[in-house]
Ligand binder design. Structure first.
Ligand code: SF4
Length: 263
């Protein structure tokens, strides 16, 4: 498939350096993980913010479980940059939820990341690439927009949890990824803790949760799940081996984008 890498290569290179610059990112990640692996999510977020300040971003899908992490982050700083991947394929309910939840939590810097027009025109002009190549579709609609946005940051926060299974079973609280530090404050929490936190703080649920969606992504690749014992992410890319969109899959330095390489 023809592919234009121009936008992907035009990443800023001026990310703020964390305290302790000179130490490699992997050393810093190991040290922070040893310190924080059993810590409360709020402690992890505070330490992340203390370490990176304005060089820290949080990535949120504004999905089924997103309110917990966003509420925790808003306790640390309402100005933290929140990166939201607006793929152009999201449910209308997600777009509404992104607005109402951001407002209710007082978040001041939620950034909508959209696919590059040139990528859509070249690779997915009919917006139907998801039918034939979900990896390539995720690449232009998620991976590359996030890559471009993360260029200015040295650390980022995700909402991944071990109980989601798959590759996430071995998830560290702090890890190194492509030279950046990745914090997973909710890695240790299960559904009971998430539900308890949401209830305690009266957090609004994504409207599709009540319709049977335990995990919510793009509408073509997300289905409701009838079995209450099924994996949380079993409604994503049903019938495919694919379990991740690719934004959490590390690439070798200088490697080409993950277009169609079976991530
Ligand atoms: S989740 Fe589906 S529609 Fe969304 S970017 Fe990936 S393949 Fe495309």
């Amino acid at each position: 498939m023809a592919y234009d890498q121009t936008a992907a290569e035009a990443r800023p290179t001026t990310a703020p350096q964390p305290q302790g610059a000179g130490r490699s990112a992997s050393d810093l990640a190991m040290r922070l993980d040893a310190e924080l692996r059993d810590a409360h999510p709020l402690t992890i977020l505070r330490r992340a913010h203390e370490t990176f300040g304005g060089g820290l971003a949080l990535v949120s899908s504004f999905g089924a479980e997103s309110a917990v992490l966003l509420h925790l982050a808003s306790q640390v700083s309402k100005d933290i940059p929140v990166l939201f991947l607006d793929t152009g394929m999201l449910f209308g309910q997600t777009l509404d939820y992104r607005k109402t939840l951001s407002t209710s939590l007082g978040l001041t810097d939620v950034r909508d990341l959209r696919p590059a027009f040139a990528d859509l025109a070249t690779v997915d002009p009919k917006s139907d690439l998801w039918r034939t190549d979900t990896d390539a579709c995720c690449e232009i609609r998620k991976v590359l927009p996030l890559d471009r946005a993360l260029g200015e940051f040295s650390g980022w926060v995700t909402g991944r949890k071990r109980f989601h299974g798959g590759d996430r079973l071995r998830l560290a609280v702090v890890e190194e990824s492509e030279g950046k530090i990745k914090f997973n404050p909710l890695a240790n929490w299960g559904k009971a803790e998430l539900d308890a936190y949401a209830a305690e703080h009266q957090l609004p649920a994504h409207p599709l949760v009540a319709q049977g969606f335990p995990s919510i992504g793009c509408w073509p690749c997300t289905k409701p799940v009838d079995d209450p014992n099924a994996d949380v992410r079993s409604g994503r890319w049903q019938g495919q081996e694919k379990t991740e969109c690719g934004i959490h899959v590390a690439r070798a330095p200088g490697a080409a984008p993950n277009v169609g390489d079976g991530i």
